[in-house]
Design a binder for this molecule. Structure first.
Ligand code: SF4
Length: 356
């Protein structure tokens, strides 16, 4: 059983490597949170942005070696956790996230669907379980749930939990009291991504603030629900800004239990597709570097390959696993973008000797 409660099958003890020397301490005290929009009181920061950026700049082999060391200190080295994601309410969202096909103001081909019924969700969760997933994530395209939206989702959480799966929801911003209702229904994880660095955030989203996201994460944490929080890279941000995103995640106290790292999938009709003209902003090595740095700075987290995994190809994914990724979204569809099919994932795991 991993620290966050997900089921990871272990390799025989004989295959584990010898204990590694302890990693140098990264605790330090500085006077200001150097990349926040507003000064914060003196605090202990584990990862200043400059140090995360320095990690990103390491020679590739040195970075992966360091990430492997951290990974093997905290996780079974050849195990990957499987999560399946279901869009329970698609499209028609009031927000303006520049990467998202579900914003109603963006001109995409996406077909809107209302909230799924309970039977449909239960059937999908059962199928995910039979395919090997241990966690079932339910996503709804809302700014945040109204109480009348939340009630049926609570029923879904209860049903999925009753199947013996870990439960996760991503429903947007939560108001006071909503996290507690989700917890009481049996929610194990709440996903709410920071998306990008504070200083790049306004280039991507204008309808809510970075602090709104941090407030929702605080509510989730205070309710005792595990935090799933990551971001999207390849949105035109600089390396420094990628470092700032990772630092922001790593300096959450405690750091998230799950960290999805998405590589932007440019969907036609979204502002980021228009801005980037379909040209990938990140090469595969930079993406692998980002995964490695997430592993080093958040040693006990499940680092999850999320959107954009198919575009990495098999060799790219293998490098990500080497860099410390140990979770994937599993199943042929993410919220609205494609994913490698289950057979392809199984074949890749077999080729790499990964147990899932
Ligand atoms: S990412 Fe979520 S909040 Fe943003 S537009 Fe898409 S569905 Fe809405």
């Amino acid at each position: 059983m991993a620290r966050d409660g997900s089921l990871l099958l272990a390799l025989p003890a004989a295959k584990l490597i010898e204990p590694l020397p302890p990693m140098p301490s990264v605790e330090r005290t500085i006077s200001l949170h150097e990349h926040a929009r507003e000064p914060r009181p003196a605090t202990t920061l584990r990862w200043p942005v400059a140090e995360v950026e320095a990690l990103l700049a390491l020679p590739f082999a040195d970075l992966l070696f360091q990430a492997q060391q951290v990974h093997r200190q905290h996780h079974q080295p050849n195990s990957v956790q499987l999560s399946t994601l279901l869009s329970i309410k698609t499209g028609g969202c009031s927000e303006d996230c520049g990467y998202c096909s579900q914003a109603k103001r963006h001109h995409t081909e996406l077909e809107e669907t209302p909230l799924l019924d309970l039977d449909t969700v239960r059937t999908a969760a059962q199928k995910a379980k039979e395919s090997g997933a241990t966690r079932f994530c339910m996503g709804a395209a809302w700014r945040g749930p109204k109480q009348r939206d939340l009630e049926p989702v609570l029923d879904m959480v209860r049903e999925v939990k009753a199947l013996g799966l870990e439960t996760c929801c991503t429903l947007g911003m939560l108001k006071e009291g909503q996290a507690e209702q989700l917890r009481d229904a049996g929610l194990d994880y709440y996903n709410h991504n920071l998306d990008t660095a504070p200083e790049y955030y306004g280039e991507v989203i204008t309808t809510r603030h970075y602090q709104d996201r941090l407030d929702t994460l605080d509510r989730v944490r205070a309710a005792g629900i595990n935090v799933c929080c990551g971001g999207i890279v390849g949105m035109g941000e600089s390396r420094r800004q990628r470092a700032a995103l990772i630092a922001e995640l790593a300096n959450l106290d405690p750091h998230p239990e799950s960290v999805p790292i998405n590589n932007l999938v440019q969907v036609e009709g979204t502002p980021l597709h228009d801005r980037m003209q379909g040209q990938p902003a990140l090469d595969v090595f930079e993406f692998v570097r980002t995964v490695a740095v997430a592993r080093i700075t958040m040693p006990t987290a499940l680092v999850r390959l999320s959107a954009g995994r198919r575009e990495l190809g098999e060799a790219g994914q293998a490098l990500c696993f080497l860099a410390g990724a140990n979770s994937i979204f599993y199943g042929e569809q993410l919220l609205t973008t494609g994913n490698p099919d289950v057979d392809a994932d199984r074949a890749l795991f077999a080729a790499l000797g990964i147990i899932a």
